[in-house]
Design a protein around this ligand. Structure first.
Ligand SMILES: *Cc1c(COP(=O)(O)O)cnc(C)c1O
Length: 423
């Protein structure tokens, strides 16, 4: 392992994605490694937001049909841009609502308990919002979550085993919801194998792609995934609260969504204003009300960057960045009580590295005091996300050097080992 700074710089020189870094607002003297929580602003996204404001200024009500990006069709247009990122066709995709709202919409549509099949299968490591949504959906249908929410257990507290997930797919399971990448350890689940097992048992299955979209490629249609949903403010750099996305396999299109609204309509019928509605025959049917145009706009710019950079190139660089980070950790930080809890093998590793330490919260605060932005995840995890579009190998090198200094000088002891309100 070459631990020299020159080596890091030489890796950056060979990096073909390097020009994209110029498009992002990078603060001087700060190393941002939190793009898996909130991606950075690009000048293209900024311009797209200003352009939407201009369209409002110029066109007022006619902005729905006039201008460069007519608002009435923008959710569908952005949906098409997700196609290469998730491996689906344009009609299976729509930009709408938020992650959690989309999960509610999809469960309201695909959870159809009957007879002995009443249970929802999830896992014990998923992000809490997903679990809250599932519990409330069970309650709405009159089922107690204690008996009807089955959460696959983790053997090591960080990862899930494909066999354990498959074993839990019993005849009582009516729906399966799993993350593609676990938000703490960054483990990538074997979506293809898990989907096949679910389909063999006729159980509808959906995935939460919040931590994988924009970081790793997917082939949702080919794998036969029934539905998926994701946010756009993490790896996709859409900005805080940017509009989310969803996918519904074409075999399910044409049915009415669980939660309907006038934007679920076929577009040419929507303004007929009839009280019997005609659902769109695309994933557009899963919209409910008027799209949040100002939060959709940044995606026009950011998804353009993804289509130019190419998700395969992004994945390739992301793996090299996280490989390099872990190798430096092994070489430089072996003696300080850190554990790398992310899977090492490429097929199971997402876009970030998860490191545990008994003083994780205070170490994160010390990193921030040194201009390095990680994120802390309760109870004892540090997430570091070197992002392919804007982070460099030199920044990864620098991070490990600073961390080594924090540990040798015991700088972290100056900070309380507790999380902030937003950690
Ligand atoms: C970030 C994240 C969410 C957030 O949900 P919002 O509705 O966008 O607030 C949900 N689930 C997972 C797995 C996430 O990583």
């Amino acid at each position: 392992m070459n631990t020299s700074k020159d080596f890091a710089i030489s890796l950056d020189k060979q990096d073909t994605l390097q020009p994209f870094r110029e498009e992002f607002y990078i603060t001087q003297d700060r190393i941002y490694l939190d793009g898996n929580s909130l991606g950075l602003l690009s000048t293209r996204s900024e311009k797209a937001v200003l352009a939407i404001l201009d369209a409002w200024k110029m066109h007022a009500i006619d902005g729905w049909t006039d201008g460069d990006n007519p608002w009435f069709y923008l959710s569908e247009a952005i949906g098409e841009q997700f196609a290469s990122l998730v491996g689906a066709s344009p009609t299976e995709l729509i930009a709408t609502a938020s992650t959690t709202t989309n999960l509610h919409q999809l469960v309201a549509t695909f959870y159809n308990p009957s007879g002995k099949r009443t249970k929802i299968l999830a896992d014990e490591l998923n992000f809490p919002s997903d679990i809250y949504a599932l519990k409330s959906q069970l309650a709405l249908k009159g089922y107690a979550w204690k008996e009807n929410l089955i959460q696959v257990k983790s053997k090591d507290g960080h990862t899930l085993q494909t066999e354990d997930i498959m074993e839990a797919m019993t005849e009582e399971i009516a729906l399966i919801i799993l993350p593609s990448v676990l938000y703490r350890s960054g483990q990538v689940l074997d979506i293809e194998a898990i989907t096949k097992a679910a389909r063999d048992r006729d159980i509808p299955i959906g995935f939460d792609l919040c931590h994988s979209i924009g970081a790793i490629p997917h082939s949702l249609s080919e794998w036969g995934v029934d539905f998926a949903f994701w946010c756009t403010y993490k790896h996709l750099n859409g900005g805080p609260g940017s509009v989310a996305g969803l996918y519904v396999n074409e075999q399910h299109l044409g049915i009415a969504p669980g939660l309907a609204g006038w934007f679920s309509s076929r577009k040419e019928k929507q303004f007929d204003m009839e009280h019997d509605f005609t659902p769109a025959d695309t994933a557009g049917a899963y919209q409910i009300g008027t799209p949040h145009l100002l939060s959709l706009a940044p995606l026009i710019g950011s998804l353009e960057i993804f289509s130019e950079a190419g998700i395969m190139n992004i994945r390739e660089k992301s793996l090299r960045l996280t490989d390099y980070l872990m190798a430096l950790f092994d070489a430089e930080l072996g003696d300080y009580g850190f554990q790398i809890a992310s899977p090492r093998e490429h097929a199971s590793r997402g876009g970030h590295v998860y490191i545990t330490h008994s003083h994780a919260a205070s170490i994160c605060k010390a990193l921030k005091a040194n201009g390095i932005i990680p994120d802390f995840r309760s109870p004892n995890g540090i997430r570091l996300a070197p992002v392919a579009l804007y982070n460099t190998f030199e920044e990864v090198w620098q991070t490990v050097q600073v961390l080594k200094q924090i540990m040798t000088e015991e700088q972290y002891k100056k900070f309380e080992n507790t999380r902030g309100v937003i950690a």
